[in-house]
Each structure stands twice: as C-alpha cells, then as structure tokens.
Write a protein of this length. Structure first.
Length: 451
C-alpha cells in the first residue's frame, strides 16, 4: 500500500557535505532519494541528458504506477549508476541550492553521496581503482617506453583489459606521451623557483600524461599576451576519476597535495588556470564542499582564484598587452563544442569568444553533451550509451560543415574523433597556431574513420 503525499521540502536527511555524520547515514540518504525521485517524477525537465532520468521514469510509469516508494534497492542503484556526472541536470534544474530554492535539490551531489556510501560499504573494484588513478596509470605507461600505446591497439590485449578492468575493447583510448608536461616545463625553465607570478598553470593529469602540447600551447599563448604564467611541480589529478565512484579518501588525498602546491601562489595573488573544464569545476565548485577542516578553508580561497585559461585571457582583452593580431587564421566555418563542465561553472564560452576575434571566421556553437563524461565512455557499461547520448553533439558538429573543430575538453575531443570523424583542437592550441602563423588548410585537423 502506497504512503501519502511526499513533501518536496528537504527531509532531516538532507546533506551534501561528507563532513556531516548524517551524510553517511543510509536511512537518511533513503529519505532524500525518495524526495528527489518524487520531485523529478513530477517535473521531468531533465529527460534528455543521461539515462538516469529515463530509467527512473520508465520504472515509475511501467512498473510502479508512479509510486516512488515502491522502487527497490537494485532499481535505485540502476538509476544512480546511469548518472555520469555531466551536471547538466543541475544546470537545468530550477530547484537547486545555487538558485537558493527551498527544495535544495542537487541530483548529481545526491548521486555522489549514494556512490560514496556504496564504496564505503562494498569497496571499489579493480577497474574503478585503475581508472580512478590517472597519475599512476600515466607513470606506468611512461615506464613502458611506449609499449602501452602499442598494446592498446592489440585486440587480445584489449580483450584482456575488458575482462579484468572493464574498459571496453573498442574504446579509442588516449595515447601516453613519452615526456610529461612537468618534465618539459622543468627543462624549459618554466617551473617557478618560488611562488608568485600573475597565474599558475594547473595542467591537469590529461595534459601531464597524454597531451602535453595543450599545456605548451597555453604557456605560449599567455606569453604572447604578456602574462606572467608560472608552472609548478608536484601537482596531481584533481580527483574526479576517483570521486566518480565514491572514493572520497583518494579525492581528498589528491586535493590536499594540490592545495599544498597551489596555495603559496594563490596567497601571493596568482590566479590558477586549469586547462580541463572538469578540473576547473572540481577546484572551483567541488573542493570547498568535499574537503574538511583547514583543507576546506584553503579550498575556498583556491576556488576564488581558479579560472579557465580562455576565461582569464578574455578578462585582459581590453588591456594594451592583449595580442589581438594573428599571423594566420582558419578562415570560414568553425564548429565549437561547449563542454558540460564548463557550462556547469556558468562562466560563459570564452574560448569561443576569443576564436571569434580571428579574422574571417564564423563560429557555430554546439551545446549538446558528447557523452564521454570522465571515465564513463571507457567502461563496458558506458561505451554504447555514451555514443547514443552524444549523437546530437556529433550531428551538430558535422552539421556545421566546418573545416576546424574546437572544444575546451580533451576527452570530448577524443569522443568526437572516434564517433564523428574529427578531433577538435583546444582553444589554446588554435590560438597558439594562429599566433605562430601555422597553416589551417583542409586536412589540418586530425581526422579518423569511425570505428
């Protein structure tokens, strides 16, 4: 027999703060899950993002007569596991703490809470541990002297990875660079002897291990614009890959190290430029809520200093030092993809706005989710849904009929390469090429046939 009406207002189990004991109380979580499901069941505004909401709505419509109290534990897990933390439902939702609404609903954070309790009770799988530590993976890959890149193209090895780690055998994986960004920065004299400067680069684990050129291009663009950008030694992954599956301890460990490295710069007035939107989102929006004690206090100060590189460059566009003259330009149509985690930060699309300043270009903006979302698209359970969810983004980029594609998210670029046939450039890389006078003729973008 179903119970009476469920209030949309917060229960006494509301908590998005893991430093609060109630956060870890499963019965308190259950109250909030029921409340959130009831709100979402009545609203249905977020039907088109991940599979979490369609799964919920289908269960309620076809099985439970719209009664959220009839959902079982396994069914709740199905809904929660379908969320890949794109954050677009939080961006869309009118009932959030960000909007100061009395319902105080933050569905992605509720999912994180659910996954954190599961991880504490059940532990994390080998695949979760592997994908949750990109720094260890990067170091091991570099120690292989390129063998990992070759093995990742061998079908038998990919079958083994799928069976042991849960990484889909057909997923296009990023290659590992023979030299990390930090090593290049040290050899180039860009590692700061002491904290200071106008900004410090948070290059992200992806740039460190997979695509150092984006970091190099960012340094070059900032130098062209008279920005005193420093690099720092010892930075770690922002922690999002671990937090995706509830590993709070790993996230806090990485965050503490990053705070130790970055705060001396922040305390001297430097901005922190994070290349990947996921990482800037973590530093700016997640650290202050997920850390505890003095780390939380430091995280609040760090958050106020974090910027996207394009966001920072846009902020100085009216200063005399801004380099508004370019040696070359793509000319014609550019397709720009706006990453979900950049949208979640509500700072606008400054990479797109900077590109519009290039002579002879027209920019088409695509805001649909590409479906990659952290490690989700790499996993057996996420590979197919990620393609289906990203289809509108693929079609939008193709439909722009552009010779040059751009996105601020390196993983989105990987997704487009595999499923849309073209690998977009990062805005910093496009600007660096334009400053250098590189060619932008047909075929200049990285193109590949869809697997």
């Amino acid at each position: 027999m179903s119970q009476g009406p469920i209030s949309y207002k917060p229960t006494d189990g509301l908590s998005y703060d893991p430093s609060e004991p109630v956060y870890w109380d499963r019965s308190a979580l259950a109250q909030e899950v029921t409340r959130a499901f009831e709100i979402c069941h009545g609203c249905r505004m977020c039907f088109k993002y991940c599979d979490a909401f369609p799964t919920l709505f289908e269960l309620l419509d076809k099985k439970h007569d719209g009664d959220v109290t009839k959902l079982g534990a396994e069914e709740t897990n199905r809904v929660m596991d379908a969320c890949f933390q794109c954050k677009l439902c939080e961006v869309q939702c009118p009932y959030t703490p960000r909007d100061k609404h009395e319902f105080q609903l933050d569905f992605p954070k509720l999912v994180h809470r659910h996954q954190a309790i599961r991880a504490r009770e059940e532990g994390t799988s080998l695949g979760d541990k592997f994908l949750g530590d990109p720094d260890l993976t990067g170091k091991l890959a570099r120690a292989s002297l390129g063998a990992v890149n070759s093995l990742n193209r061998v079908k038998l090895h990919r079958w083994f990875m799928e069976k042991v780690l849960g990484i889909h055998r057909d997923k296009l994986l990023p290659e590992f660079a023979p030299q990390g960004f930090e090593q290049w920065a040290d050899q180039s004299g860009k590692i700061a002897a002491e904290p200071g400067g106008e900004a410090v680069l948070f290059q992200t684990c992806y740039v460190e291990h997979n695509e150092p050129q984006i970091g190099k291009d960012t340094c070059e663009v900032m130098a062209r614009n008279g920005v005193d950008l420093r690099c720092a030694a010892g930075l770690r992954c922002c922690g999002m890959p671990a937090w995706e599956h509830g590993d709070l301890a790993a996230l806090r460990k990485n965050a503490r190290k990053n705070l130790d490295v970055l705060m001396p710069f922040v305390e001297r007035g430097a901005k922190v430029l994070a290349v990947n939107p996921t990482c800037s989102m973590m530093l700016r929006r997640e650290y202050p809520d997920l850390l505890e004690g003095t780390d939380r206090e430091r995280a609040a100060k760090l958050a106020a200093a974090v910027m996207d590189p394009s966001e920072f460059l846009w902020s100085i566009r009216r200063e005399p030092r801004f380099a508004g003259t370019f040696e070359s330009s793509p000319h014609g149509q550019i397709a720009y993809h706006a990453p979900c985690h950049l949208r979640a930060q509500a700072v606008g699309f400054k990479g797109r706005d900077l590109i519009k300043r290039l002579p002879g270009v027209q920019v088409t903006t695509v805001t649909e989710c590409c479906g990659h979302d952290g490690t989700y698209a790499m996993r057996v359970e996420g590979f197919e849904p990620s393609q289906r969810i990203g289809k509108k983004a693929f079609e939008g980029m193709r439909g722009a009929e552009a010779t040059t594609w751009v996105t601020d998210c390196p993983l989105a670029a990987l997704q487009f390469e595999q499923h849309a046939g073209t690998r977009p450039l990062h805005p910093m890389s496009l600007l660096a090429r334009a400053y250098r006078g590189d060619s932008f003729g047909p075929g200049e973008t990285d193109e590949t046939k869809e697997e």
